[in-house]
Design a protein around this ligand. Structure first.
Ligand SMILES: Cc1cc2nc3c(=O)[nH]c(=O)nc-3n(C[C@H](O)[C@H](O)[C@H](O)COP(=O)(O)OP(=O)(O)OC[C@H]3O[C@@H](n4cnc5c(N)ncnc54)[C@H](O)[C@@H]3O)c2cc1C
Length: 248
């Protein structure tokens, strides 16, 4: 996936409401707590065409006790010509995680494409400031791939010892990762980012932050970036990726 002309800020009007069936071709444990599942795309990538963009996600429909449950996952290495991509699952106890643990080649899942989008930061930032965790690792990797010339600092919240082994697509010449063990519902991450990010964003108008953590942490950091650091709205791209039921 490169930074082409077509995807900046594109709303996927053509795809809205369309349903696709993805078929599993294989799966592997990346770590004990993170699983990659490979799919054929059921026509998704051809339909997306130039709308394909970094951080692109789909809504998958999982079934549990006869009820549908919608969960969002990020496309990994979409290959339009081959009609294939992967999804990477940060594993915990949930309907999507259980499905990913058990699925075998030939398994199928329904998907809807709705809500996904991405606006390339303009002007281009000197450094990407990325904040996330294993659930947003696929999106972080897609951003590192899409902006190969840009420096990046990543604050990465970990939950398991195995998270240190996760494949972050780092270019040691340009990228730096700071790992923070999750504590107190994200408070440790918030503290580190508040202490360390300001010196990397001396000019709020040209800084660019992309963040996706649990919803409460995302909300706290977004408010701080906007109000305390005075970053303009278009320089902060944030979305809560999961709800911490333990902290609720
Ligand atoms: C736009 C978008 C893109 C996303 N892309 C990805 C992706 O590529 N890969 C990915 O793994 N996730 C991704 N997520 C997050 C994923 O959708 C959620 O984690 C989702 O809740 C998982 O569903 P589940 O059925 O497994 O667990 P749920 O039934 O939602 O929750 C079950 C339990 O697990 C806990 N839990 C849920 N998610 C997590 C987590 N990430 N870490 C720790 N505990 C958790 C809950 O607090 C609850 O206690 C994305 C979310 C969004 C909004």
């Amino acid at each position: 996936m490169g930074v082409g002309k077509g995807w900046e800020g594109v709303v996927l009007k053509l795809l809205r409401g369309k349903d696709f069936t993805f078929t599993v071709t294989g799966a592997e444990d990346v770590t004990a707590d993170f699983r990659r599942v490979h799919f054929t795309d059921g026509g998704l990538l051809a339909a997306a065409g130039e709308s394909l963009h970094p951080t692109m996600w789909v809504r998958l429909w999982f079934e549990n006790e006869g009820k549908p449950h919608q969960r969002a996952y990020t496309l990994v290495d979409p290959d339009r010509e081959a009609g294939t991509f992967a999804l990477e699952f940060a594993l915990h106890d949930g309907v999507a995680s259980r499905w990913a643990r058990d699925v075998r080649p030939g398994g199928a899942i329904e998907a809807t494409v709705q809500g996904t989008g991405f606006s390339a930061p303009a002007p281009a930032p000197e450094r990407l400031l990325l904040i996330g965790d294993p659930a947003s690792l696929p999106a972080i990797n897609s951003l590192l791939d899409a902006f190969p010339e840009t420096a990046a600092t990543i604050w990465f919240e970990t939950q398991h010892a195995s998270d240190a082994e996760l494949p972050v697509r780092l270019d040691p010449a340009r990228h730096e990762i700071r790992r923070i063990a999750r504590q107190d519902g994200g408070a440790a991450l918030v503290e580190r980012v508040k202490a360390e990010l300001p010196e990397l964003a001396p000019d709020p108008g040209s800084a660019y932050v992309w963040l996706a953590c649990d919803t409460a942490t995302t909300r706290t950091l977004t408010a701080w970036l906007r109000k305390d650091l005075a970053l303009p709205k278009q320089r902060v791209n944030s979305l809560g990726y999961w709800r911490d039921a333990a902290a609720a």
